[in-house]
Design a protein around this ligand. Sequence first.
Ligand code: GDD
Ligand code: MN
Length: 370
Amino acid sequence: MNCPIVEAGGGRAGVPALSIIVPTLNERGNIEPTVAALDRALRGIAWEVVFVDDDSHDGTAEAVMALAHGDPRVRLLRRLGRRGLSSACIDGVLATTTPAFVVMDADLQHDPDLIPHLLEALDTADLAIGSRYMAGGDGTALGARRGIASRAATMLSRLVLRQPVSDPMSGFFAMRRAQFDEVAPRLSGIGFKILLDILVSARPPLRVAELPFRFRPRHAGDSKLSAGIVAEYLLLLIEKLCAGIVPARYLLFSAVGGIGLLVHLAVLAVAVDWRLPFAVAQALSTWVAMTNNFFLNNYLTYADKRRRGWNIVTGLATFYLICSIGAIANVGIANAIYTQWSVWWQAGLAGALVGSVWNYAVSAIYTWRR
Ligand code: GDD
Ligand code: MN
């Protein structure tokens, strides 16, 4: 085998030359088989594997620890109160020091036998991708429905990609660490698609190699793909389309605010119809709209930091407080501008903008801790 990048990394007694980053969420039954498969595939390479576990409740972290006690190549990075495949991979890479790394899933769908070939490709490329969608590759194990969705997602990705890549959705790739460090500060880290994030954030574009592989059926456990993950993918695309100028979260937060406005007007119409005093009707509809906005933001905008159980009650309380202050700022500023210029819509718009930016920025800190 000829892998200059790995040989450059040393391999002196106990010093790893290659890191394998494996994100895990409830994969207990796959830990041991994954390490065994790496052991077979990577003979002659000084490697380490970092499992990045988001506080799985099935004992995944314990399974990694048990292995690590007898095998110094096995490492664990445990994250609390955080979710997300992409951000897990980023944190995993940053916890290593080798000149090259590989990202792969913990369910044996990615064939470790491809890794030596990906490393060879790094001799002339910055990034080597295991592709299901090129001649010789195979993605049929995804199943018919997910296959179509995966193709559709791949087509959508052309909106943001600047180079032809057959499988930008792949979760299996090798990369040079120096190039990763260059893009890392610009990564969005949203959702599942770490590879797409890297490809789009790199400038100048990376030198990419693609190698075909057969995507296999899952070994144990279940896929973590959900409607929320699809929403996060769209969020990633929006953020990349806005070139990082406006955060996608703010766009979503504003869209939720727009829906809240409609809810507000609908409740107000009913309340006025019921002949409630106007001030009472307005207070009631404001309260309903704020509650609506909290829940929509909790499920959509902050799907990755969703508050659950009792935390919903405290989150709601901070959100009411923040939005009330936002409303006072909104009215104060609109009023000040109106007395100066007397153009009602400009004054109204300026007030609303200040209020929404305040609500977004402060709730990001106090309601959905950044
Ligand atoms: N730490 C962490 N946090 N790991 C996660 C999370 C999370 O929130 N969500 C999923 N994972 C881990 C899983 O435990 C698994 O090891 C890996 O990420 C992939 O998750 P799967 O649920 O198996 O995803 P998939 O098989 O449907 O899709 C994967 O393969 C596709 C084809 O290569 C993903 O890698 C896709 O991005 C990829 O397109
Ligand atoms: Mn999988």
